[in-house]
Design a protein around this ligand. Structure first.
Ligand code: ATP
Length: 248
């Protein structure tokens, strides 16, 4: 089984809980070794790339990652600059500029001196995303990047990824965002990739029913006309309804 991600494109990895999305992503960025086969970055086998070159090629945000509590926001985001520093070097003006730009991208401009202990869940997540952006790699791998983000920031993050000059691979649960913001989708289920291709071609009613046990319809947005995916449980009428008068 092959999974190709052309440079500069965005691939969403989707599948039910426990299907293996995080495992696939961890393998793609070298945090785990593949049981068989190779991960190639351009012409290079990832397993043979020295750590520093790997870190200059791929930025990773794993699931539910937290910035270390002892760090300030600037220090946590500045970790993304580690692959460009020699061990004795102090922060360069390039590093400071990359940190400032990344923080501004995630809506935290001016937060450099704040302690990471004094952040909300969504703010912590945006700091971790900023660290990956500050790494300025040609490839960015994100495991459920919309976790902890409010409605506005979910959409804003998708816009950031749309505008990013990088190859993006992200595990996603929100299939409507996948339809609207990704060039391709790989569906993980039954221990492998069961489908891959453009989201409009892959997210068919049959696939949604067989992989996720949901019904789905693609409808145009009433104002923009752009396609959106509406999901429903096939057994909605059988779900219990909550009668508030019966709650003690
Ligand atoms: N460290 C681990 N050791 C052993 N098994 C693991 C480990 N991490 C995950 N698994 C198992 O591997 C399988 C795939 O897990 P993975 O985290 O890749 O799924 P996922 O598709 O990302 O799930 P989710 O949508 O719930 O995040 C699951 O059955 C899980 O229980």
């Amino acid at each position: 089984m092959n999974l190709d991600v052309p440079a500069g494109t965005r691939l969403a990895v989707i599948g039910p809980n426990g299907a293996g999305k995080s495992t696939l992503l961890r393998t793609l960025c070298g945090l785990e070794s593949p049981a068989g086969g190779h991960v190639m970055v351009g012409d290079h086998d990832l397993a043979r790339l020295p750590a520093r070159r790997r870190a200059r090629a791929i930025a990773v945000v794993t699931q539910d990652e937290h910035p270390s509590a002892e760090l300030t926001v600037a220090e946590a985001v500045g970790l993304g600059r580690t692959p460009y520093r020699s061990s004795w070097a102090t922060t360069s003006s390039d590093d400071a500029a990359a940190v400032e730009e990344a923080l501004s991208t995630v809506g935290l401009a001016g937060w450099q001196r704040r302690s990471c202990t004094r952040l909300s869940g969504g703010e912590r997540h945006r700091v971790v995303l900023a660290r990956a952006l500050a790494q300025r790699t040609p490839i960015i791998v994100l495991d459920e990047p919309t976790n902890h983000l409010d409605a506005a920031w979910r959409l804003r993050l998708m816009q950031v990824l749309d505008e990013l000059d990088a190859t993006v691979v992200a595990a996603m649960h929100d299939l409507d965002l996948v339809l609207r913001h990704f060039d391709a989708v790989a569906v993980v289920a039954d221990g492998g990739i069961v489908a891959q291709g453009p989201p409009l071609e892959v997210l068919t009613p049959d696939l949604l029913a067989s992989v996720f046990d949901v019904t789905g319809s693609i409808v145009p947005h009433p104002e923009t006309g752009r396609p959106h995916l509406l999901l429903n449980s096939p057994n909605t009428s059988e779900l219990p309804t909550l009668n508030l008068e019966e709650v003690p």
